[in-house]
Design a binder for this molecule. Structure first.
Ligand code: PEP
Length: 247
């Protein structure tokens, strides 16, 4: 089995002063067995990657363009992220889907570009509160999964993050039973599509208000192979405590 994967998403937070926090994280997590990735703003990516040199920690981007180069002012390609040191990239985060109107078809193109460039794509899917209230969460996640994940993906090139939109940054989380129901469903869809071996090797992350206080129970949930952490990844002590829970 591949190691568990714990990904921190700094979103639009962090400047040079946060590099000290990252150094502290690398020190605290020196013996961690799970794979740890920090996705800082693009402005910090290369500097953070240098901080992590000689450690087991890796960096990732928070988004990428689907093209390799071209007239796309303000965008960053997957190859550029790789060049800056990244090994992973998050695509289809709900904030990209809502703030920038990204469709699942666009997310799939980005994931394809990421995999082509040699990055691991962390594809995010998840329902809104309204969709869950209507009992549509499996249908919504199933459609997003089908439309956002490119063909030919495997455990070395893809991870899927289930992030219920209503749990992101709210302090609310689904019950463990609800997380397991969703992760079992995603696993079965991946096995149907990619076969038993690849479908089981693709890591399924839970994301949405993961904190030191709930990380232990989430890490023990069936078919949870890691987590995607926003707010709590900004502080070395809280992110390290979450990493410990996923060991
Ligand atoms: C996220 O933005 O991916 C996320 C999970 O945020 P938070 O942990 O702050 O809910």
């Amino acid at each position: 089995m591949p190691p568990k994967l714990v990904v921190g998403n700094w979103k639009m937070h962090g400047g040079a002063e946060e590099l000290a926090e990252a150094r502290d994280l690398a020190r605290r997590s020196a013996d961690a067995k799970c794979q740890i990735v920090v996705c800082p703003p693009a402005t910090l990516l290369n500097r953070l990657d240098r901080e992590f040199e000689g450690t087991r920690l890796a960096t990732g981007g928070q988004d990428c363009h689907f093209g390799r180069t071209g007239a796309h002012t303000g965008d960053i390609s997957a190859a550029m992220l790789l060049d800056a040191g990244a090994r992973f990239v998050i695509v289809g985060h709900s904030e990209r889907r809502s703030d920038h109107g990204e469709t699942s078809a666009q997310v799939r193109s980005k994931a394809d570009a990421a995999i082509d460039a040699g990055l691991v794509a962390v594809v995010c899917i998840g329902e809104t509160e309204d969709e869950r209230d209507k009992g549509m969460e499996l249908e919504v996640a199933g459609t997003q999964l089908e439309e956002s994940v490119p063909g030919g993906a495997d455990g070395d090139s893809l991870a899927v993050a289930y992030e219920p939109v209503w749990a992101i940054g709210t302090g609310r989380t689904p019950s463990i039973a609800d997380i397991e129901a969703m992760h079992d469903f995603i696993r079965s869809r991946l096995i149907e599509r990619f076969g038993e071996t690849a479908g089981r090797a693709i890591r399924l992350l839970y994301g949405g208000s993961v904190k030191p206080g709930n990380a232990e129970s989430i890490s023990g949930a069936r078919n949870v192979d890691g987590c995607l952490v926003g707010g709590a990844s900004l502080t070395a002590s809280s992110f390290a405590a979450i990493i410990d829970a996923f060991e």
